[in-house]
Design a protein around this ligand. Sequence first.
Ligand SMILES: [Zn+2]
Length: 858
Amino acid sequence: MLHRLLLTVLTGLFFLPILSLAATVHEYLPVDHPYKQIIPTPESSLGFEIGERHPRHDQLLNYINVLANSSDRIKLTTIGQTQELRQQVLLTISSKSNLNNLDSILAKRKTNNKLEDSAQPLVIWLGYSVHGDEISGANAAMVVAYHLAASESAEVQQMLENTIIVIEPSINPDGMDKFVQWVNTHRGSTINADPNHIEHHQGWLTGRTNHFGFDLNRDWLLLSQKESQHRLAYYHQYQPHVLGDFHEMGANGSYFFQPGIPTRTHPLTSRKNTELTQLLATYHAKALDNDNRLYYSQENFDDFYYGKGSTYPDINGGVGILFEQASSRGLQQESDNGLLTFEFGIQNHVLTSLSTIEGAWKNKNTLIKYQQNFYKESEKLADKEEFSGYLLHEKHDKYRLNALLDKLKQHQIQVFPLEEDFRLDGVVYAKSDSFYIPLDQRQYRVIKALFSQQTKFQDNTFYDVSGWTMPLAMDIDFFEVGRTWGLKLAKTPWQVATKIASNIQSEEQAYAYAFEWHHFLSPKLLNKLLNSGIKAKVATKPFSARLATDKGTETKQFSRGSVIIPAGIQTVKNWRNILLKNSEDIDIPLNLLNTGLTIKGIDIGSGSFRLLKPVKVLLVGGKGVSQYESAEVLFYLDDTLSIPVTVVEQQRLANIDISTYSHIVMVDGKYSSLGKNAAQKVDAWLKGGGVIFGQKRGAKWLSKFEMLAMNFVSKGELEQLFDTDNLQYQDKEKLAGRKRIAGAIFESQLDISHPLAYGYTDNKLPLFRNSTLIMQHTSKPFLSLANYSAEPLLSGYADQNMVNRIAHTSAIVAHNRGRGRVIASSDNLTFRGYWLGSAKLLANSLFFSKAFSTPVTD
Ligand SMILES: [Zn+2]
């Protein structure tokens, strides 16, 4: 079938002066297809044709609303709101009678997956533009929605009788508008297809990510962002058989659809899944062949990491398919394949959206049977395992534990509280701190995907991370349980936890209050108190004290890092009310001390309690600096801990007064704008008492300008780790894969007596590593607070030579520089917002940086 649009493009290119290549909605759709006149077209609502301009999210939303109001085949659902208050919507498209009974249809599927094939509707989910600057998808979504709402063909009507199509037209509304604002701002009155034009090159923060700078197409499994959380509830309600995920890639590409690279599919994804993906691929190929459009599959992209839209369905009974369109980015761009227009990309995504629907519809029974068998097969796989389930245990920090339980619940995994304490391998796990996850449940594969610690792989090249073991990232102990003898579980699974009620009344006149540092949000409380002018001190040595409680008195041990608020030194009016209110809001229990004399260890007036100071943090940002790592630091400090952070682009750093800041944070990035002069300025500030935290190439910059007393392993030395004799040219890509660490988990030994490690109770701390930056081993005492273990690889792929080279080296170091402090990490401590285990080291670097002193002399 030849599309009218192609003709328009060709004639436009060669024979006519180009005014606009935009097209009415019908030009994107099959020729001579009957449409209901009454259904409004996108152009009638937008005021311009699809492909003529980049529509804003509100314009898209407006059309979707108009369309839904005019059609009884569409149910519009608002599933949530983004950080910038944009609506996240889903369109459910089906026959009128199906929509009238939608709730019961979905409920029936959920409770009875053994329904006869013919009684089951097919569910197809199409998600567009999760990367907001890959916007051809969101435009294709409007065309596809119009087609399904307006088509009068008998075939479409028959299909809708038995199919539920879910369209998420713009998965990332905040990112979409960030991008559209850029393109529309820089677009000229005349079309400019020059790839060098600013229209095609966004600034430091691109529309790819959401408001917080997170890649939502890595977040399906991690759920650190609200967009993903909102969507997942609906995803599991609909249980789609097929999910299409529509993206863009570089301008010189053509068009990609899955299957991806066969050797790089995760082993938990069944062979049948790949076969079905291949089957659907024949429909995409046919649609694109008809217009002589270039495409490819089984290259570049893989199906390994389950945090993406195209992979998450693969462990949830569906078939996920990635589509990648070469990006015109702006309106048009010259490319290797000729002039690439915005419309051309939109057209491709429309074609493959329709081929996905057609292919799935024609193979309806196969897909429904596949999903049913998928869950039966999961049961069998669980039976074959050598253990029955996982025991989770965390005694000190309920926040991290609950955060993990909450994520598991969102993935529909059942986790059970214990009725009695449980003994495993000679250790007794208290029922109050322990939970059990049986493998024998519907979501067996998701459990395995979250808990797996695979380190050996068929193919050693990865498109994304190779290790993401969630309890390691969140630093929650977990154990495989073989025999469940003696394990008594609660009847109902874990539900969202309620707050711990504070038992302290405001009128009580305590001598001092104390709270422990184990809780993940204790830095949030401390920051709030310090900013309110309340004076607090940190215990650098342990103590035991008698506490006043509503039941009388009890003795409690406080470890290093506990924070005390002595009444005798407060100057702020109402300080007790501020303290009590904030501890209750943040849900951190306060302990009440009626005397300065402790039972054991330091007394409250001791000099071993160090006065803490409010912090003022500057994050060096700007072009060149990793937008992901700076976003992750901001998300943790600003959003999670409510600590404001001033972001200054590296280009501006030399021009501002930095003397008022207590801390500077530098994440990974190229700091080419920070030369010798900037370094001297930072160093003078540092020697005068400032504290700098450098991560990855941020740390390397500090080393280069001799503020950090550590050297990094040279690239030359790393090269020599790999034997390249006898390699052929065809091995080039493989060698590059071996030399990289795409994302794996390593074990470090943490010195928990070091002030920067306050709050940690376990000296083994997993760290996330996605670079080959390695600090040399140091023999200077007290400098290194975390060293890699002797056999450090815990999860994911890293070449054994690389692993051996990393073993025993320093992961995190800290030392004095004049009156200031330098803290450096070779790893990303706040990766993707779910690395709650190592994140606290960053907060400790803010509050406890003057609680240690490690002078270094050369
Ligand atoms: Zn993308």
